[in-house]
Design a protein. Structure first.
Lengths: 344, 344
C-alpha cells in the first residue's frame, strides 16, 4: 500500500510500504478513507534532522474495517470508524480515570512498527478500546466534523476541561490554529462568557468568532499582554488555554493569566524548561493540561456533531489526495491552509 | 527599639532602629512577644550578597497591641494577636477568593520601610484585615502552636489544599523541614490514607510519623524515586507536596508523581526555570501551589490548636532571646534546630 513518510525538514514522500496484517487477536485492519495533517506534524516538517530511512507519519484518521482479530467484539468488517490520535484499551485504571494518554496497553501511531494515519490502511491494536463506530457513511457531509474529533477538538476541549472552564468564565485562548479554534469552541460549549482569542490571521480569527470568541487580539508579546489586561480590569484572564506549544506562547500565558488562575497547555511543548519562578509562585499560578484523552471525549462530542450542534469541520479548508500530501504539509506550514484533509 | 538586620551571607545582627509609629488610620502597633526564624530566611542567610546598610528580616510573629489608628475596629490595646506572614485587607476580591497573597492592599513584611517580625515591635498596616486576636495570654503554653500558624502550618496546608488532597489520598511530601512536616500534618488532617515523607533527619521524620506519615524515605534522587514507586504499584503518588523549593526537589517531584497527578509547590523556588517538557506534557502533570494565604486558613487551624486536636508547636526545638537571634539562624542553617522561636 501507499503511505506517507517524512525524511527530514520539508521532505514528505508517499511510498510503497507493506500492507498491514493482523498480529494480535485484538487488532483490526482499517482501510483509511480520510486522514489529516496535524499542527504537531509540522514540528517535524520544520525541524527534523534528515534520515535515510524515513519515518511513518500521521495520527488522525478514519476508515472502514477490513478485517478483525479473533477477540474483537465492538466492530466488524464494513463498519465506518473514527480513530483517536492515541490507541488504548479503554479499560485499564488510567483509562477509567479518563487518562487515556497513560493507558497501560496503549500508545502512539507511526511508532514501534505501527502504521501512521496518512496511508491507505493501518493495523489498529486494541481495536475494541480504540475505535469509535460512527453511524454515517465514509463520504457523508459530516465527515470533516467527525475527523476533527480524532485530535484537534478533543485537544481544545481538554484545555478547557483541565483548566476548569465553566459557566460565566473569562477565558483567553492563545493561538488561532485548529487547536486554538477548537479551544474557543469548547470554552463556548462549556458556558464561558468572555473568550479572548489571541491570533493574527483574520480568516482564522473570523472562524474563531463564529465558534464563540468575543474578542480578538492580533498583537503579540507585551502588546498582547497589555490588550488582554485592558479587557480584564488590569488583572488578566483566570483561564488561559495555551494552544501553540512554543516558549513565547507559554511566556505570554504567564503574563496574561490572573493571579490564582490556571494555564492549560495543549500545544505540544517545543521547549524543555519554562519559567516557574518566584513571580509565578507568589501569584499562585497553576499549570495544567497535557496530551488529550481524545477517546474519553469523543462520544459526547460526536453526539453534538451528529445532531448539528457543533460544526468543527468548518476548520478544514484544504483537501488533498494522498499522493499530494506534501502539498498539504506545505500549505499548512506556509499558513495558506488552516487544516488539511487527506484522501487516500 | 532593637530589631534584626541581615547584612549578607551568615551575617545577622541586632541593632537599634526607630520605634514604629502609627502612619495610616488602619495601622496598629504590635509589641512583639514571639517571632520565628523561617526556612525562607535561610535562603538569604546562605546566599545574600553583602550590603552596607543591612535589611530588616522576619515575617512570623505575634504580640500585644500597643496602639491602634483611628479606623481600627477589631483589636484594641492589650489584645494578644497573631500576625500572618503577609499583611492584607481581607476584604478585596482577591482576599474574598481566598488569595490573600494577591491582596490589592497587602504586602510583605520588612520591605518598603515596614518592620520585620524579628524585633521588639512592628507597625501593622491593614490591622483589621491582617491581625487575628487569640484568646490566650502571650506566654500561654499554646503559644508555640499558635506561632506555627503564622506561616509554616498554613503553608503546608496550602500545599495539601491546592493539590486537592482528601479522604483516602496517597500523598508524597518532599522535605522534612517545618513546612514539610506541616504538609504531613495537613494531609493527615484532610484524611489522606498514605503519607510518604521524603526526608533523612530522623528526629524530624520521627515527628513526621507522629504527625501522620505512614512511610519515610531517606533516599534522594533516583533512589528516592524508586522507593516511592515501590510503595505505589510502580506508578508514583497522585499528590506530591514539594516543601523545599530547590531545583532537585522539583525534579524529584516530577519523577515521583503519578501520571495525571498534581505537584503543589510551597517551598519558595530557588530556581527561575524548571522542566515542563514533552514528558511532563504526555503525563498530564499539574503544577500548582504558591505562596499561602495564611490569613484565610488561620481561623480553622487556630480552633484545632485551641482545642488540642493539633500540636504544630512540637516543631519548635530551640528558643533564643532576640539578642541571640543569630544563633537561631546558625542552628537552623546547620540543621541542629528544626525551627527556632525568638523572644524579644
Amino acid at each position: 500500500m501507499r503511505a506517507t513518510l517524512i525524511y527530514g525538514r520539508g521532505d514528505v514522500r508517499v511510498e510503497e510500504v507493506p500492507d498491514p496484517v493482523l498480529v494480535e487477536p485484538g487488532d483490526a485492519i482499517v482501510r483509511v478513507t480520510r486522514a489529516c495533517v496535524c499542527g504537531s506534524d509540522l514540528h517535524r516538517y520544520r525541524g527534523m534532522e534528515p534520515t535515510t530511512e524515513g519515518l511513518r507519519i500521521g495520527h488522525e484518521f478514519m476508515g472502514v474495517i477490513e478485517d478483525t482479530g479473533a477477540d474483537v467484539r465492538s466492530v466488524k468488517r464494513g463498519d465506518v470508524v473514527l480513530v483517536p490520535f492515541l490507541w488504548c484499551d479503554n479499560t485499564c485504571d488510567f483509562c477509567r480515570d479518563g487518562l487515556h494518554g497513560s493507558c497501560r496497553n496503549g500508545g502512539r501511531w507511526a511508532m514501534n512498527g505501527l502504521d501512521g494515519g496518512q496511508g491507505e490502511a493501518a493495523r489498529v491494536p486494541q481495536a475494541d478500546g480504540t475505535l469509535v463506530k460512527v453511524p454515517v457513511g465514509a463520504d457523508d457531509p459530516l465527515v470533516p466534523s467527525i475527523m476533527a474529533l480524532s485530535d484537534v477538538l478533543p485537544t481544545g476541549h481538554h484545555a478547557a476541561i483541565t483548566a476548569n472552564v465553566g459557566k460565566g468564565s473569562t477565558v483567553a485562548v492563545i493561538g488561532d490554529g485548529a487547536v486554538g479554534l477548537s479551544a474557543v469552541l469548547s470554552a463556548a460549549r462549556l458556558g464561558a462568557e468572555r473568550i479572548i482569542l489571541l491570533g493574527r490571521h483574520q480568516a482564522r480569527t473570523d472562524l474563531g468568532r463564529r465558534f464563540g470568541a468575543t474578542d480578538v487580539i492580533p498583537e503579540r508579546g507585551e502588546e498582547a499582554t497589555a490588550a488582554v489586561r485592558d479587557l480584564t480590569n488590569g488583572d488578566g484572564a483566570p483561564y488561559v488555554l495555551e494552544c501553540v506549544g512554543n516558549a513565547p506562547a507559554f511566556e505570554t500565558a504567564l503574563t496574561i493569566v490572573r493571579d490564582g488562575g490556571t494555564i492549560s497547555r495543549v500545544g505540544v511543548p517545543q521547549y524543555a524548561e519554562a519559567r516557574l519562578d518566584f513571580d509565578v509562585f507568589m501569584r499562585n499560578i497553576t499549570i495544567t493540561g497535557g496530551v488529550a484523552p481524545a477517546r474519553r471525549y469523543i462520544p459526547e462530542l460526536l453526539a453534538e456533531v451528529l445532531d448539528g450542534t457543533i460544526t468543527p469541520g468548518d476548520m478544514f479548508d484544504l483537501t488533498v489526495d494522498l499522493n499530494d500530501v506534501a502539498e498539504g504539509f506545505r500549505a499548512m506550514n506556509d499558513r495558506e491552509a488552516l487544516k488539511a484533509l487527506v484522501r487516500p
